[in-house]
Ligand binder design. Structure first.
Ligand code: ATP
Ligand code: MG
Length: 390
């Protein structure tokens, strides 16, 4: 029998009546990810999703890595199925876990018997397998309280399974269960992390990026697309809507007081994002804003920014320190790309003295000279859509 992957469901199991649809969604998400690594059969049984190779061509390591990035799963392990016979199980465990048993200093065996017709109890299985393993690998002591390695044996209806050590899954909820949101993706450190955090709660994302050629370069745009590509293993397929922002920024510079440049620009970003949200039936906007990080992220400034939209603005990084954000960014693999030195449209025409406690009425008045609807319409019309697949 082939080595396979077992994915343990996370919070999904708490969902009561919705549970079936959560499991179905999760299975189809897993299916889509692992189909890139070969021909797998994906099915769920007893709070576990099984990923079983159908032939020898399957890249089980790659599939294992993909499964670790699927939201909704808390632990992933590889396992070897074998016949439900205690001697076969012992032989499989010795063979399959040889490497782990040689390196670990202590171990214990935990057994589960879902198939109650199996002639041995869980305790008897653990004792017999544990005894045989200790005999075969005498340097590895039995320690039932604090073992370095836990060997799992499961007797299920269809077969017995010997597990390797479980690795941490991505946690969260299956993408698609939480609806859709529009995420504002810049080339910085923060917004890839905020996107990841909302996706982790089961939300499918539509990305929006504002770019201002010639003030921002093609490299800056490519960088954002690279970031989106790095997010795809977590977030699933994405579309990045690239919105031309040059005309809007030039109009603001020409007609509005310098101290409000950034805020008025951010109000345009929000309005356009809400338009996009309406088109894709998204129910919220997501940004990487963080309290106090820059002048446009004080409470007063955030109020001015969100004044122009009525969808909730989700800001998952709001209370985090930069260091925590950087740590997450490294974990999800976006950090090295985020720090590439290309400019963002936010750094074009930045005011020398931005107002940190802006007055909402003053900002509204300052932008009223602009043809707001016309500018937005043109930006919407000239969008470019880039689809990023798994
Ligand atoms: P980041 O590191 O994500 O760039 P930041 O701390 O530099 O964030 P700002 O530049 O003020 O903060 O932007 C705040 C948020 O606004 C970003 O996290 C992002 O969600 C959004 N944003 C900024 N610039 C753009 C852009 N060019 N396109 C799309 N969204 C943007
Ligand atoms: Mg930025």
């Amino acid at each position: 029998m082939h080595e396979m992957i077992l994915c343990k469901l996370g919070e999904v199991v708490l969902k009561g009546l919705n549970r079936r649809s959560f499991e179905d969604k999760l299975m189809s998400n897993v299916n889509r990810r692992v189909s890139k690594c070969g021909n797998f059969r994906v099915y769920s049984k007893q709070s576990t999703i099984y990923v079983e190779p159908k032939d020898d061509e399957c890249d089980i390591e790659a599939a294992f890595e993909s499964c670790k990035k699927v939201f909704g799963i808390i632990a992933v392990s590889k396992a070897l199925p074998c016949e439900k016979d205690i001697q076969k199980i012992i032989a499989a465990a010795k063979n399959y876990l040889e490497c782990e048993m040689r390196t670990a200093r202590s171990f214990k065996v935990e057994s589960k018997r879902a198939d109650k017709t199996f002639p041995l109890t869980s305790i008897q299985i653990s004792r017999q397998v544990g005894g045989a393993l200790h005999q075969a690998f005498p340097t590895c002591e039995v320690n039932v309280h604090d073992p370095e390695l836990v060997v799992h044996i499961e007797i299920r209806d269809d077969a017995a399974y010997v597990h390797g050590p479980a690795e941490e899954g991505a946690g969260g909820l299956p993408i698609g269960m939480g609806g859709v949101a529009v995420s504002l993706l810049s080339g910085g450190i923060d917004s890839p992390v905020s996107s990841y955090m909302i996706a982790k709660r089961g939300v499918k994302l539509e990305m929006v990026h504002f770019f201002s050629p010639p003030y921002t370069s093609d490299e800056a745009k490519e960088k954002v697309l690279s970031l989106a590509k790095l997010l795809v293993p977590w977030c699933g397929r994405l579309t990045v809507q690239i919105v031309p922002f040059t005309e809007i920024q030039e109009e603001i510079r020409r007609n509005c007081p310098e101290e409000f440049f950034t805020l008025i620009m951010r109000r345009f970003m929000m309005r356009i994002s809400q338009r996009v949200a309406d088109q894709v039936k998204a129910k919220a906007l997501v940004t990487g804003e963080n309290l106090g990080q820059v002048a446009s992220q004080t409470m007063e400034a955030l109020r001015v920014t969100e004044d122009v939209v009525d969808l909730p603005v989700l800001r998952p990084l709001i209370g985090m320190d930069k260091e925590e954000i950087v740590r997450l960014s490294r974990k999800i693999g976006t950090f090295d790309t985020s720090i590439l030195p290309y400019e963002d449209c936010c750094t074009v025409f930045t005011p020398r003295h931005p107002r940190t406690k802006p007055n909402l009425d003053e900002v509204r008045k300052a932008e009223a000279v602009l043809d707001i609807e016309g500018l937005i319409d043109r930006a919407m019309t000239n969008r470019e859509f880039v689809r990023i697949k798994l």
